[in-house]
Design a protein around this ligand. Sequence first.
Ligand code: ADP
Length: 480
Amino acid sequence: MKTETSLQWKLVRYLLTFVLALLALLWIFQVVFLDSFYQRYKIEGIEKIANTVAMSLDSENISDIILQQARQNDACIRVLNGFTEIKTINYMGCQINQLSTDELLNYYQKAENNNGSYLEIVNEAAISTFPYNVNLIRRDGSKDLIYTRVVDTGAGNKATILVNTHITPVNATTETLKTQLVYISMIVIAASVGLALLMSRKIVKPIVKINESARRMAEGDYDIVFTGSGYQEITQLNDTMNHTTKKLKEVDQMRRDLIANVSHDLRTPLTMISGYGEMMRDLPGENTPENVQVIIDEAHRLSALVNDLLDLSRLQENKIELKLEVFDLTALITTVLHRYTKFTEQDGFEIRFVQDQNVYVRADSQRLAQVLYNFINNAINYSTDDRRIEIRQIVRKGQVRIEVEDHGEGISEDKLDYIWERYYKVDKQHRRSSAGSGIGLSIVKEILQLHQAKFGVHSQLSQGSVFWFELPTVSKPDNL
Ligand code: ADP
């Protein structure tokens, strides 16, 4: 089994890698490349001095400028311009002030051959070979930079600018830096481990808490409240988990309701069937067609209920495919309404169908009939004294809208969202509860969603309800 690294160690690892990379960079630049950076900086400096001097050759106060440059940069400068020569010295002494005429000429030639400028880095060993400046030999490993620049001053005259600076060895500095870096590295590594542990503890603590609550929820404790704060993501996770618990609690309640409803719904017809059956067996006189009809009717109710349950589970698993065809929706509604003549005649219901034309739709006619039956059955079941039910067909902008209106008990606003859910019944003690098990509208919802139809309900408590759906109309096919 693969063992997962805990967040704590992951954080330590990431932070350590980051810190080590930073330290390595620091080390490379401060220790390894310091020498070459310093040399580069010095070379740029010496070129700059020569440039400044070259630009001021025509100036009246050239001597001041040269002196100022020499002082500012701790350099020696020597300018040979025709017969004039300006020379600066500094307290460390300079190579260029000790040069023989031959050596001067040599530098001049090298600069001339090298596009007007020539740089020489003279190290300790080389310096010691200079015959005239034995007193200047430095044994500390420092180097001299000698930069020669030849400038055209017009009329065939040329000026030679010689600049001389020192490069002091960086070894001592590097050693100091190394020691400092060792301390810095130790402190930073220890601090980063500490910080990672502290951070991870802050991050992990609420997660552990949520995990514990989730485990209790998994064991069926839906009253658990997820608490824990500290940062936004955790608060959001808590909200989500609390919402999930609420939903799970509702589903659990609905499942219990369904079992109660379904067993009640199954028991009523079963009691009737067995009761009538036994009566007909024991009392030959009761063996009448009416009693047999009661048994048949109850058996039909049973199979209708079982079919509903099967339908819903298949619809929700997307196992049902629509048999789409173009048909006359108006005619379908008229046929469905025929089945309700018994209600109109016996129970005093007044069912009206309002329409002004026959419309065609492309849909599954059997499934749409199921939707209509559900709406109309509910309208009948939840009607009170006012037994008027109106079915309206409204055609507008290529859409047909079917509305089923009753003047019954209505549904309160806060319950409206729930009625489309499985097993939901507004009033669990409804006097006609045996008529439904709370799954009719969830079947309707699945069917209409499969048709990508819009649907909904408007309702007011004790005023009545209007259930509706909309489908696009199609033109009448030639073969109909
Ligand atoms: P049932 O089989 O219980 O009628 P439905 O899924 O068809 O289940 O409806 C769910 C719930 O919605 C019903 O239990 C009822 O409370 C409410 N309901 C549905 N239609 C109406 C209506 N026309 N008037 C009032 N309440 C309704």
